[in-house]
Ligand binder design. Structure first.
Ligand SMILES: [Zn+2]
Length: 478
């Protein structure tokens, strides 16, 4: 699909594909939001068995159930006040019904309710597909988190809707990847799919979501928003009765910034940063292939959070002093870079988080250098590298370690992000900027819409036979 296609052409292309055999999983979700903390939803998944084995069972992640009760919370005790500034709040996802091609199927939850197992009546053979229907209800916790709502004033509410629906787990090498949600870091590992999500919300609510907005209509005092997109690996949204928006275009891509009216300055700044970052990355890594990108002020204590064609940015980042430092700009440029590294070139974010985070952080540094020259580069080094150097030197962790081995968020950030960016700096300085960009474009072309492992990345780099990228180089970093 071409990123610059107008919406009408896109939908007619989607229509003409209805009768073709599906190539990948397709999620069709309809949900109704009550304006506070409850959602009812129906999901129809066209499951395509792209493995070589007949599939008798399917496994899904039920991420909202980390909030099921106090003992399920994955967070460290010292982070609880950040996740729950208004006191601990619980929530979760309840599966109400499961069907295969209209017939009820047996289901059960496991992994502390963080996973759902469906036992299929009709196994799905390799290359075949089957329609799975799930009905579910969400209770959203009052949490400053990717899945959580926060109140702003007496009746203003903003809801972060990330990791919220049953997401089919990855099946690879004969097994399902069902890692539990970590205390920090990102939880997902998923395949490219097609999505259509229809939101019915109280009429004063605005929905910002992944994909392209296909339609907005009013019915019975409610507003219906339909978003859809082909070839994305996850779908998230932010809902609020406190949003204003600003739009711009770059390289034919529509950018929309959603913000609380009291944070207008940050909302426009976000739009400007996204515009410049998209332009730098389009020129450097290869073109962003979708027609739209949204960034929404929402709730997530850790800062920004990337989703395909959608970014959540924590409301605190829109306040001084973040705006006057490079904090807001670094986070925004970082999340935009994730559209290339994670959203398009996918990886296992729990077991090999460096694969996307290291390159994404390097991309943020590259943005500062391209936009502001030497001064931008220096400000990045002062703020990120110098401030983290003692942590980097004092840590026993390797960059490619899984999230669970890191002591805390600070060590994780220093090693996986900052040291990760320094690896790419060293690579760039060794082979030269021109070859570096050739390498990144070739990596992007080879792995976009796929998942890549750490070992595949290393092999891919080795096969380029760049002078100076030898065993000594790899030994120094890994
Ligand atoms: Zn990141």
């Amino acid at each position: 699909m071409q990123g610059t296609l107008p919406q009408s052409k896109q939908s007619s292309e989607i229509d003409s594909k209805i009768h073709e055999k599906p190539q990948r999983n397709k999620y069709d979700i309809r949900l109704e939001y009550d304006g506070k903390n409850h959602i009812k939803a129906e999901m129809a998944l066209t499951y395509v068995n792209n493995s070589s084995a007949p599939m008798k069972e399917l496994y899904f992640h039920l991420y909202p159930n980390i909030f099921r009760d106090k003992k399920h919370l994955p967070f460290f005790s010292w982070d609880l006040h950040l996740v729950f500034p208004d006191g601990i709040s619980t929530g979760g996802i309840d599966i109400l019904e499961a069907r295969q091609d209209g017939e009820p199927v047996e289901w059960t939850t496991l992994n502390g309710d963080e996973a759902l197992k469906l036992t299929l009546k009709k196994p799905v053979d390799p290359g075949k597909n089957s329609k799975i229907q799930l009905k579910f209800a969400l209770t959203i916790p009052r949490a400053n988190y990717r899945f959580g709502y926060m109140m702003f004033g007496k009746d203003r509410i903003t809801l972060s809707l990330g990791n919220w629906y049953p997401l089919l787990a990855i099946y690879d090498g004969g097994k399902w990847s069902l890692d539990k949600h970590p205390a920090f870091g990102d939880p997902t590992y998923s395949d490219i799919s097609d999505y259509t999500v229809r939101f019915t919300v109280p009429q004063d609510f605005t929905v910002a979501a992944s994909g392209a907005l296909q339609g907005k209509s009013a019915k019975d005092g409610k507003t219906i928003y339909t978003y859809s997109m082909e070839k994305i690996r996850d779908f998230a949204a932010a809902l609020s009765n406190n949003y204003e928006t600003a739009e711009d275009f770059v390289d034919g891509i529509k950018i929309i910034s959603y913000f609380h009216p009291e944070d207008k300055k940050g909302g426009f700044m976000a739009l400007d940063i996204v515009k410049h970052a998209l332009s730098v990355y389009n020129d450097s890594f290869g073109k962003y292939p979708y027609p739209e990108l949204r960034l929404a002020e929402a709730n997530f204590y850790a800062g920004g959070m990337e989703f395909p064609t959608f970014i959540m940015m924590n409301t605190a980042k829109y306040k001084e002093p973040y705006l006057s430092s490079t904090s807001f700009e670094r986070s925004t440029a970082h999340e935009v870079a994730h559209q290339w590294w994670y959203a398009l070139v996918g990886n296992d974010q729990i077991n090999e988080p460096w694969v996307d985070e290291g390159l994404t952080e390097f991309s943020a540094l590259y943005y500062f250098e391209k936009r502001y020259g030497q001064a931008g580069r220096e400000s990045y080094f002062e703020r990120q590298v110098d401030a983290n150097m003692s942590l980097i030197k004092g840590s026993k962790r390797k960059m490619q370690d899984p999230v669970r081995l890191f002591k805390n968020n600070r060590e994780y950030f220093a090693i996986v992000y900052v040291k990760g960016a320094l690896f790419y700096e060293d690579l760039k300085n060794t082979i030269g900027e021109e070859k570096m960009l050739d390498f990144l474009r070739s990596y992007f072309d080879t792995y976009k819409y796929k998942n890549v492992s750490f070992n595949e990345f290393i092999e891919f780099l080795k096969q380029k036979h760049y002078p100076g990228i030898d065993d000594g180089f790899f030994k120094k970093w890994f």
